[in-house]
Design a protein around this ligand. Structure first.
Ligand SMILES: [Zn+2]
Length: 224
């Protein structure tokens, strides 16, 4: 089982402990996105071949001057093999949409140049993001992480090649989840914890972690 989106570097425990607990539950692969370029705890992450490291800049940081140039230099000068570009995208909670769009487009271009999938974070601005992706040629393969948009919009993204990744946040709206699961082909739906965020109520502990993935998937699938 793959946890398609986990910030292992932001969970309050050692990487070894976190992935050992996950493996006990059958979670064997971990996609770790970056939010300010590479993830933190890089050395620890690199020790495990089950951990796939990504590079990306989260929309919140679009306001920081030169963050893209600085972090892209780091990427170019690094020998670390990355699995995807992200997480990047648009988020209505943060200001300066123009800068967010600029940053998003730059990362789409890297994913095309490096021939790597794109991990997209969207809160609002779904139509805008859809248009940007549709206009990019060629269109990279992309994952919409922790999807919280409409069923209609999800269908549109899937039509142009997107994959929908569901976390426990999808459980907040059971009717929509059920409709989504009926409308999207099964091979276009994947799962993630988005840990340490998105801890579902039915799980104990302070933080979410990859070991919770099987329970989250079971709960989501109960709405099929
Ligand atoms: Zn994330």
């Amino acid at each position: 089982m793959i946890d398609n989106h986990t910030h292992l570097d932001l969970i309050n425990d050692s990487i070894d402990n976190i992935i050992n607990r996950a493996k006990d539950k059958g979670v064997t692969e971990f996609i770790v996105p970056g939010i300010t370029g590479f993830p933190q705890k890089l050395e620890e992450l690199q020790k495990h071949k089950e951990i796939k490291i990504c590079w990306g800049i989260y929309p919140k940081y679009a306001v920081l001057d030169n963050i893209f140039e600085k972090e892209f230099d780091n990427l170019k000068n690094s020998s670390i093999k990355i699995a995807a570009i992200g997480e990047c995208g648009l988020d209505k909670r943060f200001s300066n949409l123009i800068k967010q769009i600029e940053l998003f487009k730059k990362q789409i271009n890297i994913s095309i140049d490096y021939n790597l999938p794109l991990i997209i974070h969207l809160v609002g601005h779904w139509q805008k993001a859809y248009q940007i992706l549709k206009d990019s040629k060629p269109l990279p393969s992309f994952i919409l992480h922790s999807w919280n948009g409409s069923v209609e919009m999800a269908k549109e993204f899937v039509k142009i090649g997107g994959t929908i990744s569901l976390s426990a946040s999808a459980l907040k709206n059971p009717n929509k989840l059920s409709e989504l699961l009926k409308s999207i082909p099964q091979d276009k739906i994947i799962f993630e914890t988005d840990s340490p965020d998105q801890k579902p109520d039915f799980i104990k502990g302070l933080e979410n972690e990859p070991a919770n993935l099987p329970l989250i998937i079971d709960k989501i699938k109960s709405y099929i």
